[in-house]
Design a binder for this molecule. Structure first.
Ligand SMILES: Nc1ncnc2c1ncn2[C@@H]1O[C@H](COP(=O)(O)OP(=O)(O)O)[C@@H](O)[C@H]1O
Ligand SMILES: [Mg+2]
Length: 256
């Protein structure tokens, strides 16, 4: 447990705060996709979300990522209550703060790997050469330095996912959200992608990963279990990555 208190007020140490969030879809019968979820996501933390199909995982991610707004309750991202923002402000917040990794990659089919990764920076006012340089750097980091001029259908599933990961990270987002990021990958590629998540976590990125797989979730520091739109329980796993030698002596641990 991190003894950071249970207050719900926004603070510097909090990346995202959900306060009694409800999301209801009205399709004849109302569907309560999220039904009173309160969750604090500390900066630099690594959270996994698990739960059966239909339990609200993607809905939660869309809210945390400012792709959607709640029916009731508050979603506070980087200190801003998302519901009070205009569409444009919400888009800006998303563009500057959040990186998404989807199971289906969502790459632009006609753009090369380099162009795909460079694209998000277009909206940050970064010059062309700098965009390409940064994109190349990220692609090298995910092991695709020799594939930068390939378009997505010239790449394997694992390579596409790594392009998507590089794209999600290119603006150095405070928050990276991944919805079933390894669902389409073979075991070896999955391990590579998860190792990369670990590296970004070590570098201070806040990570939230939705997964069906226990071994994927166990890379995180805690697992939030969703059931029927509610948090069923939160499982604390301790430090992500190498638990051996952390210099994090300032934090009290009460695991035993
Ligand atoms: N756009 C939508 N319109 C109507 N119902 C939706 C919509 N999105 C999700 N739902 C419903 O909300 C519930 C939660 O969905 P979702 O968040 O996608 O679950 P999960 O990602 O855990 O499988 C499901 O019952 C789903 O059918
Ligand atoms: Mg889903």
């Amino acid at each position: 447990m991190t003894g950071a208190g249970t207050g719900t007020e926004a603070n510097e140490a909090t990346a995202v705060n959900l306060e009694d969030v409800r999301k209801t879809y009205q399709l004849g019968e109302p569907v309560h996709a999220l039904d009173g979820v309160s969750l604090e996501i500390p900066r630099g933390s690594y959270t996994a979300i698990m739960g059966p199909s239909g339990s609200g995982k993607s809905t939660l991610m869309n809210l945390v990522g400012c792709l959607d707004t709640p029916t009731e309750g508050a979603v506070v991202v980087d200190g801003a209550d998302v519901a009070t923002l205009s569409d444009r402000e919400r888009t800006t917040l998303r563009g500057t703060t959040v990186g998404f990794v989807f199971q289906t990659f969502n790459l632009m089919p006609r753009l090369t790997a380099l162009e795909n990764v460079a694209l998000p920076q277009l909206f940050q006012g970064v010059g062309r050469d700098e965009r390409r340089e940064r994109a190349r750097e990220l692609l090298e980091r995910v092991g695709l330095g020799d594939r930068i001029d390939h378009v997505p259908n010239e790449l394997s599933g694992g390579q596409r996912q790594r392009v998507a990961l590089a794209r999600a990270l290119v603006n150095d987002p405070a928050l990276v959200l991944a919805d079933e990021p390894s669902g389409n990958l073979d075991t070896e590629t999955e391990a590579e992608v998860l190792d990369l998540f670990g590296e970004f976590h070590d570098a201070g990125t806040t990570l939230v990963v939705v997964t069906h797989e226990r071994h994927v979730a166990e890379r995180a520091e805690r697992i939030v279990h969703l059931l029927d739109g509610k948090i069923e329980r939160i499982e604390e796993l301790g430090s992500a990555g190498d638990p051996g030698e952390t210099a994090d002596s300032g934090r009290e641990t009460e695991d035993r």
